[in-house]
Design a protein around this ligand. Sequence first.
Ligand code: IPD
Length: 300
Amino acid sequence: MSDLDLKAIRDKLVDIARVAGRMILDANFKQDFATDTKLNSVDIVTETDKAVEDYISTTLREAYPTISFMGEETWQPGTKVTDTPTFIVDPIDGTTNFVHSFPHACVSLGLSVSRVPVIGVIYNPFLDILYWAIKGQGAFMQTRPGGSTIDRRLPLAKNPTPLKGLDTALVAVEWPAARDGPNFEVKADTFRKLTASKETGGSMVHSLRSMGSAALNLAAVAAGQLDMYWEGGCYAWDVCAGWCILTEAGGLMVGGNPGVWEPGVDERKYLAVRAAPGGQREIVEEFWGVIGEGRMEYEH
Ligand code: IPD
């Protein structure tokens, strides 16, 4: 990693994210993109996803020919993240939102080295909010009020409050594309147990949020706007950038199934927890206890 100029790569990724963001907005405003489906009718891909990935991969390969590239739209099943420096890219994370013009989608650009996310850039063009982090250098939220660029260090709170337990937590979850089978059962059962009253054996979290973008969920946990995010089924391109931003903001990423304290970038099951004095261990174990005997099974 020592011979990579991470700051220069971050600058390039920010430039790329802003151009990609423009492409996403233009296509969304025109509403003339073709859509297709993958696994089923809720697993959507548009020609904009493909065009944006094509722009990103072409630009990155030209600028950094020795760094590998992995992107959602060109990934071949079975291809793993290796130790080689690799750009891990989701051209539109939140494609369902994009298709519905729900303004919560982003381009997610990560760099992993030795399977560790070392740069993350996430840009939501609808709200013009960009998140970035470089390993060892902190995480930031960039906005441009009145045209001047402001980088605010994450988490946003100077003194984050301790995590008091699930019954005071705001937790992000996502509905999976596969709407039946054992993984669906584990998720739906856990959602019910998280929200149910204490009297009926539930955790009674403050609430669940399901906003349709793994990358933006991770950015919100990094910012301290969500306490936790639990996911199963997403891929390295959904989490690589957000993972770097989360950990640089003092947050923790563990496995989505109980007992996995050190998940791989392509683990596919994750639990992200915000920065907090006193750490996250206790609330992680409380959350894993809710899952109980259930286990999500996704190949990685
Ligand atoms: C999806 C979103 C969603 C998550 C899915 C992802 P996409 O990414 O991040 O929140 O639950 O697992 O596939 O398809 O919009 O790029």
